[in-house]
Design a protein around this ligand. Structure first.
Ligand code: SF4
Length: 217
């Protein structure tokens, strides 16, 4: 989970699944849960959207699904355009995996990584030692199923989360320190050929979505 300071309430955003993390503009605490998954309405460009949907961490879209009941909304013209084009599939793996909002933070065990968790060799725990691994695995599988169902070609995920992190995750000490490596959802999506981008790489994600499938460029 992330440890992020509160922030202003987020707009409704698209939909989402469960879970909660992220930090960008940290939206105020609120709703206990959010819809599991939801796509934006296709107001135009439906054909284009059908060929390039993007799964986005729900907390980045304003859903208050982080462990602390907040969001981490990313306000960006690219996201606005994706929304207008009907490309966005909002999803929160941790809520989808059955965890409530709010909930205790959780981190991958010290010295382990997402691969070890996916292979059953390590777990994810709260500061009190509760093993919540099954929820994170269920959420990762739900994200993959959602991505497959909606023809998702890319994912824009919240950095540092044990679910959504791409380049780093918290190191299991609950000190705010991170270690390199992805979260379990990001890794599972990558394992199945979905291009994953951190929320700081919006331009790259957009370029990928607009590249025809199979085009090496
Ligand atoms: S980072 Fe991922 S798991 Fe955490 S709240 Fe955001 S969408 Fe949910």
């Amino acid at each position: 989970m992330e440890s992020t300071p509160p922030t202003p309430p987020a707009p409704g955003g698209e939909g989402s699944s469960a879970g909660a993390h992220a930090q960008q503009s940290g939206d105020a605490a609120g709703a206990r849960t959010a819809p599991i998954t939801q796509t934006t309405a296709c107001t135009h460009g439906a054909a284009e959207a059908a060929s390039g949907r993007v799964l986005v961490s729900a907390c980045l879209l304003g859903s208050r699904v982080r462990y602390d009941g907040r969001a981490k909304t990313v306000a960006d013209a690219i996201v606005d355009r994706w929304r207008a084009e009907g490309r966005i599939v909002a999803h929160c793996p941790e809520v989808a995996g059955g965890l409530p909002v709010p909930r205790p933070p959780a981190e991958i065990e010290p010295g382990a990584d997402a691969r070890a968790v996916l292979e059953g060799r390590a777990g994810i725990r709260t500061p009190a030692g509760e093993d919540v691994t099954r929820h994170f695995l269920a959420g990762a599988r739900a994200a993959l199923a959602t991505a497959t169902e909606h023809g998702v070609r890319a994912a824009l995920l919240k950095e540092s989360s044990p679910s959504c992190g791409l380049h780093r995750v918290y190191d299991g000490t609950f000190t705010g320190a991170t270690t390199t490596g992805p979260g379990v959802t990001a890794l599972l999506l990558q394992d199945h050929g979905i291009a994953v981008f951190a929320e700081t790489a919006l331009e790259a994600a957009d370029a990928h979505l607009r590249t025809p499938p199979g085009d090496p460029a």
